[in-house]
Design a protein around this ligand. Structure first.
Ligand code: ADP
Ligand code: TRP
Length: 321
């Protein structure tokens, strides 16, 4: 089974990204053919600060490597280092109806938020389809917000296959409905674009500060509390065993619980959870050329796969003469 997913380097990676995506990817490398990549071309649709994009790309790579992604066991690369993806994007653009792109929620939402639309933002789903189809991925684990993009990828693949004969694997989205959306410190979905994140590799003082600012309701110590609606409970649950969670739940349902105590416990747990990886990350970050080297090798290995598909596609559409 070929599994593929990507993450944008449009900021530093946070614990929502970790529990929502990175941890699964790191697990999949053991039993599947895994394609895991950093989508810097997509990030261009929202980031206009070049040096920052470059730094965040390296930082995202360091995060994945420190957390256990093994480039020898999977395909790990930066999207823009495999230029075949933009060639395929152009070819796919010609089998993508305008109406399909005009219906994209993510595009419409961004425009509604006042973002000036440009062609990159509009064509974003075609680039994403090329990302997936180029490697003939069977399954694509994504968050709920990406469901429509996956449907568009399927539509594009089906249309290409209809016009030119069976070429692309039509991929399945893997959307984990059980995985609750991880809340940020303000209670909205934790997201790089909302400025409400707790980063995976936050420094200790900043981590404590952020955790202490997690929004809760204003119930007093002697009041009974509601674990099902509390952000703090949702966050700390990620770092607890089932027994610990049940015990904390009981404390929420009885008088005497102080949110500030839970916050201290949460900060400690986050810090300890990522401690084994922190040293590895520090060592990687101190040698950015080693990271570049790993990414370059990853891109070479991935390119060999990309070329296989692109060759077939170019012949089918008549670009080889
Ligand atoms: P962000 O919203 O921070 O920009 P992305 O949209 O780049 O994050 O998402 C990258 C991956 O991380 C996706 O697979 C997404 O489903 C997952 N992810 C992001 N935020 C969360 C969250 N708050 N809870 C669960 N998963 C998340
Ligand atoms: N659009 C995805 C997101 O914002 C990132 C992405 C780009 C992606 N290409 C992909 C995800 C291919 C899965 C497969 O989260």
């Amino acid at each position: 089974m070929k599994i593929l997913s990507g993450i944008q380097p449009s900021g530093t990676l946070h614990i929502g990204n970790y529990f929502g995506m990175m941890r699964q990817m790191i697990r999949y490398q053991k039993e599947h053919t895994l394609f895991c990549f950093i989508v810097n071309y997509h990030a261009l649709t929202s980031v206009t600060d070049g040096p920052r994009l470059a730094a965040d790309t390296l930082s995202a790579a360091a995060d994945f490597l420190a957390l256990g992604l093994d480039p020898a066991k999977c395909f790990f690369w930066v999207q823009g280092d495999v230029p075949e993806v933009t060639e395929l994007t152009w070819i796919l653009s010609n089998v993508t109806p305008m109406g399909l792109l005009e219906r994209a929620h993510s595009y419409k939402d961004k425009i509604a938020k006042g973002i000036a639309p440009n062609h990159g933002l509009f064509a974003y789903p075609v680039l994403m389809a090329a990302d997936i189809l180029l490697y003939q991925a069977d399954r694509v684990p994504v968050g709920k917000d990406q469901k429509q993009h996956l449907e568009m990828t399927r539509d594009i693949a089906i249309r290409f296959n209809y016009l030119y004969g069976d070429t692309f694997v039509v991929p399945e989205a893997e959307i984990d409905d059980d995985l609750a959306v991880i809340p940020g410190i303000d209670g909205q979905k934790m997201s790089k674009s909302y400025g409400n994140t707790i980063d995976i590799f936050e420094d200790e003082a900043e981590l404590k500060k952020k955790v202490m600012s997690v929004v809760t309701d204003s119930r007093g110590v002697q009041e009974v509390k509601d674990p099902d609606t509390d952000n703090l409970f949702a966050l700390i649950s990620l770092f607890m065993t089932a027994d610990e969670r049940a015990e904390l739940k009981a404390r929420y349902l009885a008088p005497g619980l102080k949110y500030s105590e839970v916050k201290k416990d949460l900060a400690r747990r986050i810090w300890e959870y990522f401690t084994p990886y922190r040293e590895k990350r520090a060592a990687l970050v101190a040698r950015p050329d080693d990271i570049r080297d790993i990414l370059k090798k990853g891109a070479e290995k991935t390119r060999a796969e990309a070329v296989k598909t692109l060759d077939v596609v170019m012949k089918k559409v008549g670009l080889v003469y």
